[in-house]
Structure formats: C-alpha cells, structure tokens
Ligand binder design. Structure first.
Ligand SMILES: [Ca+2]
Ligand SMILES: [Ca+2]
Length: 417
C-alpha cells in the first residue's frame, strides 16, 4: 500500500538516499576493515548529527543522566563475522555506563541490571528481507508508537536493549496475556490445551521473529556492537534487505508499568514523551502534538525526512507515524499483490484457536487494541497467572530483576485474580 506514505518519502526511497549510500557501500566493499582479518564489511548507513529530537519537538529529560547527543545515532554499520553479523551503532556522544550508578528504587547497583555496559537507549532494527511491499509485519514493539512502512514490512526484528532477557520475558508475558484474552473472548472459556498451544505459539513466533541480542560490546567510547547469529537471519545480513532503524530512550527500570496494561498503553522499556520538561520523560516543546512517538532519532538520509516521518500520524484515524526502511544496496521494494492482506510471516497457527491473537498480523496503529482482546474484563480468571509467576521467579533467581521490581510485578500479576 504505497499510498500510506507521502509521495516525497517514496520518491526519496528510490533516489536521493541511494547515491551516497551505494557509494559508501562500494567503498566498504573495497576493503575498509576493522583490523579483524575475518570481518567483512557489509554496509554502512550514515545519519545526520544533531537530530536527536524526533519530529523536532522533543527535548531530553532533565535527569542529568542523558543530554543532547546521548541518543544521537551517527551511523549504522554491519559486518560479517564467524557465524553471524555484527551491527555497530555509532552515537554522537560517549555511551554512558551504568557502573557506579544505583537503581531509582532500592538503590541496587545499576550494572547488576544493565549488564552490557549501557543503559540509556534502545535501538530497534526491523529487517525487510523479501523487499515485497505489504509482505511481513509493519508493527513495532509496544511503546514506540510507530509503524514500519508497507514497502518495508519486516520479517525479522533485532532489538538492542540494556536488559535483553528481561525485555524478552516482559514482551512474552504481554503476548501471552493478549493471547489468553483473545481465546476467552472468542470461546468464553479457555481450556488447558488451548492455553498450552497458545503459549507454544507465542514462544515460536518470538523465537522466529524477534532477537534481543545479548552478545553486546562497547567499542571505544561511542560505538556499540551487537551480534546477530546467521541462524536467526538465515544468513549474513544483506545490503539488499531493508532496514528500519531508530533510537528510543530506555526506561531501564520497569516496575508497575509492565505486564498488565492494555495493549495500546503497554510500553516495552521506552521512555515516553509528555508536554513540558520532566526528569523521567522526554519533553514536548514548540507546541508539538502530545501524541508524537518517543522515537528520538530515526536512521534517515536527512533531518527533514526524519521530521516528516515522525510527525505524520493521525490519532483520530488511528494511524501511527510510519518509519521508512533503507536498503543499503538500493534495492527498491517490489509491488505486492494488490489488495492482498499483509502476510503474517513464519508461524502458522496450529489451529485457528491456538493462533488467535498471537499471530499479530500487524494491526495499523497500536492506538486500537486488537478487537478480539477488548471485551474481556480484567477480572476474568486468568489461567496463565501461575505461568507468569514462574517466569517472574526465574528472572529473580537469575538476578535479572531487582527485589523492588519483583515485588511490583508480582503484585500486578496477582491483582488480576
Ligand atoms: Ca543522528
Ligand atoms: Ca536521524
């Protein structure tokens, strides 16, 4: 559905962006290396400096922890290594370390939670492997408030986040709850078998479509690298694929905000935006609209394109801002079958019931929760509560969540009874 994108963005996709990027790509192919004999550059995409303001209206929280430049993406590079691809993001400023800092609640060492040397941002990478318009998913993780362009509908999502195991577990809890709600809404009750099938479906889809890398390293002061195994992408990252890449602030402590909110409100570790200046969220200035996405920097050839993409949404139409993908090799998206619904990639439901609500066929605009999930009152007996508590216990046993987080989440889960 090309009409979902303003013309100038579509035009950009095939023209203005490709020249410099293809040039970069060629230069890299000529052998700019990493000092690692095995490493082979695949591509690099540059992003302007000083555009870490989203649509142009976002200002940093006055927490003292992050400041202008902290979330400013300068380039996004991929290079091949044994068994997979390293992605490297270069930021405009030194990447802040959690060392020596404490959690807000409980005052535990922050680097006990954020174990990979960073804690202030997430970088989402949605990869369109088939370059067929409308084929794949267009939704992004909860809290980002953007969709990916239909042209760049994705098959694989790689989410760099300071607490990868916890992010995955929280997202899984969220999906399981959605799936259970959908089953109950449809059948009035949920059998043990349905529940089991539904949970297996959630896990299979997560594994197939989402990677939260835990092989992460900081290089120098401004580069962060994360490893994506070939097994996940089914090969090395290709310059011919499309990449939708953006930076959000990381809400590294989650506490009460997780698990049980409605789908439209649930946010997976993203610092939100709100009017005025705040300590704990991004501020919206310049009379900017309150519903703009909390995406601070979008990988795009120009600042203007980023601003256009992030400010083009409509709450009444339940249309989110749409972020374009970039193909480093300049491969355009080919038209899909006209009028065909977006393909739900990979996991096919074992039975109609099992898959319901799980195979999120990428509803446009997370503003509206899936219709199937709506009618169920929160007080309906939840079969997944014991499972969710087990998940939570496992996170605690691994030392991945603090006692304060554990307690807040436990209360939240139990309150659903
Ligand atoms: Ca930038
Ligand atoms: Ca940008």
């Amino acid at each position: 559905m090309a009409s979902g994108l303003p013309f100038f963005i579509q035009a950009m996709k095939y023209r203005e962006k490709t020249l410099s990027q293809v040039l970069c790509f060629m230069l890299l192919a000529l052998g700019a290396g990493h000092g690692d004999a095995q490493a082979k550059d695949l591509f690099v995409l540059d992003d302007p400096r000083g555009d870490d303001f989203g649509s142009g209206d976002l200002v940093y929280p006055n927490s003292g922890l992050i400041e202008h430049g902290t979330l400013d993406l300068m380039s996004f590079r991929a290079y091949e290594d044994k068994g997979g691809t390293w992605f490297r993001a270069r930021m405009a400023k030194r990447i802040a370390s959690p060392k020596g800092l404490s959690t807000y609640i409980g005052h535990e060492p922050l680097d006990k939670l954020a174990r990979h040397g960073f804690f202030t941002f997430n970088i989402d990478v949605y990869i369109d492997q088939d370059r067929i318009t409308g084929s794949g998913r267009v939704d992004t993780l909860p809290g980002r408030l953007v969709d990916v362009a239909d042209e760049d509908a994705w098959e694989k999502a790689v989410i760099l986040t300071p607490r990868p195991e916890v992010a995955r577990a929280y997202y899984k809890l969220h999906l399981e709850k959605q799936a259970e709600d959908a089953l109950r809404a449809e059948f009035g009750r949920v059998t043990k078998d349905q529940l089991k099938a539904s949970q297996e479906q959630v896990e299979a889809q997560l594994t197939e479509q989402f990677l939260f890398p835990n092989k992460i390293r900081i290089r120098g002061s401004r580069d962060i690298e994360f490893f994506v195994p070939d097994a996940f992408l089914r090969g090395t990252a290709s310059a011919d694929w499309g990449y939708s890449v953006f930076v959000t602030g990381c809400e590294v402590e989650q506490l009460s905000k997780v698990v049980n909110l409605t789908p439209g409100q649930f946010s997976l570790m993203v610092v939100p935006a709100a009017f005025g200046r705040h300590q704990d969220r991004f501020g919206i200035v310049n009379d900017g609209d309150v519903n703009q996405p909390p995406v601070i920097d979008l990988l795009a050839p120009s600042v203007a394109q980023q601003q256009r993409a992030l400010s083009d949404y409509n709450v009444v139409e339940q249309r989110l801002a749409v972020v374009p993908g970039i193909s480093p090799g300049g491969v355009p998206s080919s038209p899909g079958v006209p009028g065909a619904p977006a393909r739900v990639s990979a996991t096919t439901p074992a039975s109609p019931a099992a898959g319901r609500g799980v195979t999120t066929s990428a509803p446009r605009a997370g503003a509206s929760p899936p219709a199937t999930a709506a009618p169920v009152p929160a007080s309906s007996g939840r079969r997944t509560i014991p499972d969710r508590l087990r998940t939570l216990n496992a996170l605690r046993d691994d030392g991945l969540v603090t006692d304060a987080e554990y307690e807040a989440l436990r209360q939240k889960i139990l309150a659903e009874l």
